[in-house]
Design a protein around this ligand. Structure first.
Ligand code: HEC
Length: 176
């Protein structure tokens, strides 16, 4: 009986002792911790708005660009897209959705293709202007798109490939 009481007391002393030790440790550690917090950095993200402005300006003259290029030129440019996209009628999705009839279609609307959330939310109709803006730099036009393609910097290349895509459609958009 005595032994039991003694061991209970010993355990209590031990537990209290450990608590004391951790308290002390914590106390010692504390200043270090808050020093870290003071050191914490604030991130400043600057987004330049000028870039998107110039893109808007560029996309305004897409119709005039059509005059100086052709769908046949566009077929050559489309080779850059063909690794990820099919364009023939009835051909299915690849890494990217099928682009048969994409002009005039709502973005993110091929039902058996799994788009990024960003593309579904973007949800605009692919007009010539929208397509032109997108192809300059896809990641700028649809923030969060999973299309990993740098873009077509050359406006004639964009116009050509847009013409080509417009021809590969059951219902091409009018060119004027
Ligand atoms: C490395 C693969 C890849 C390449 C190269 C690529 N794309 Fe894409 N593309 C994708 C993916 C993936 C998506 C789906 C994007 C999403 O869901 O965010 C997409 C989406 C699109 C869409 C939207 C279609 C829709 O149904 O709304 C268009 C238009 C498009 N691409 C055009 C092009 C054109 C034109 C080119 C060539 C100049 C090209 N892509 C090159 C992978 C690619």
């Amino acid at each position: 009986m005595n032994k039991i009481i003694v061991s209970i007391i010993l355990t209590l002393v031990l537990v209290l002792g450990i608590n004391k030790i951790t308290d002390t440790l914590y106390y010692v550690a504390k200043p270090e911790k808050s020093a870290y917090q003071v050191d914490g950095t604030t991130q400043i993200s600057s987004v330049s708005s000028t870039e998107s402005n110039t893109e808007n300006l560029e996309s305004e003259n897409i119709m005039t660009l059509f005059a100086s290029t052709s769908a046949a030129d566009g077929a050559k440019i489309f080779k850059k897209c063909a690794a990820c996209h099919s364009i023939a009628q009835g051909a299915g999705n690849k890494i990217g959705p099928t682009l048969w009839g994409v002009l005039g279609r709502k973005a993110g609307s091929i039902s058996d293709y799994k788009y990024s959330k960003a593309m579904v939310e973007y949800g605009k109709v692919w007009t010539f202007d929208q397509m032109n803006g997108f192809l300059i730099k896809p990641k700028n036009w649809v923030k969060g798109t999973k299309m990993s393609f740098a873009g077509l910097k050359n406006e004639n290349e964009r116009a050509a490939v847009i013409l080509y895509m417009n021809e590969n459609s059951g219902n091409p958009l009018p060119l004027n």
